[in-house]
Design a binder for this molecule. Sequence first.
Ligand SMILES: Cc1ncc(COP(=O)(O)O)c(C=O)c1O
Length: 397
Amino acid sequence: MDLFEKAARFRRADEFREAGLYPYFRAIDDSAEGTNVVIHGRRLVMAGSNNYLGLTHDARVKAAACEAIARFGSGCTGSRFLNGTLSIHVELEERLAAFFGKEACITSGTGYQTNVGALASLGGKSDVLFGDRDNHASLIDGARLAFARHLKYRHNDMADLERLLRETPLPDHGARLIVTDGVFSMLGDLCPLPEIVRLGRAYGARVLVDDAHGVGVLGEGGRGTCEHFGVLDQVDLIVGTFSKSFACLGGFVVGPRRVIDYIQHTSRSVIFSASMTPASVATVLKCLEIIQTEPERRQALWEKVRRMKRGFEELGFDLIEGGGPILSVVIGDEVATLEFNRLLLEQGVFVNPVLPPAAPPGMSLLRTSYMATHTDADLDRILEAFRAVNEQMRIVK
Ligand SMILES: Cc1ncc(COP(=O)(O)O)c(C=O)c1O
């Protein structure tokens, strides 16, 4: 058989295209990830971005990126390990470590790479990783690459996690690591972190939190889910991404100095991949400064999220109980979700349809997310679009 046979047989995307429902790889022509975007000449309200603090278009952030290009050039052309370390990489890592009250930090090209590299480095062959079943793909892939055994517990089910911790024998010289998203990326719900930390202590397991969607927005100072729950000092390793509140691209992990030193000398995604570009580093440094000095951005975001939650509830929609900047609206059926999404586009609103396996079976979602910079008019337009489409489709009666 020809290797490409599988591609010839792959029909799922074609089926969606033929039905006029295909929702992926939509090219944005203008204003990428601002509150409004232009697609095929039409202006849409963006309710599907992870630009939670609205910093991608901040003039100070853009100026910092341009200055870094002028000083350091457009790229590093090498990994942190060899020729790709700039003084601003070191500065960023020191500032991030201090921000989280941790000893050290190492950055990589993306959040995905950070998780893959850290888990593959830490999960040795006698070790056991305990991961939430709904963890982000990068954690799952990191666990696959690690030599460690990987056990999945039911989503946010602490009794199931405890059962696995209790019942799983540990090989000689083996150790345990619990791995969880802080805010789950598709459902938008938070992990029960205080209970995870308690179980970690009780069973001698270290805890790693991937807080891609929490850092910058949750917690009094924007330090994310760990700060929100008051357990920053009890979580061993925090991973984050720069592709959401930091308005850019890249990832980081913070934790004890010896552990970060180990990761930066053994993580293949740090060693064998080029470092963050100067513009990216400068963008993140400026965003970090803004996160630390402008708490009003977080307040603005939460006001918007609360307003939208009320709005959806008044319209009768079924929302996943969130707690983060994501509000996922349950539609149920896959085709109905895609059709709802198509009609929302016609109404001028961009959201993200989420189908199984990214959503639980029979629970296809429209994932909406908010920015500190959305205006009341933007939010009204989103709610009005949901109301109008529902009138056509009668998802909620
Ligand atoms: C929970 C979670 N972890 C990691 C990532 C990967 O981040 P990046 O976009 O920086 O690769 C994402 C992004 O989708 C995410 O949602």
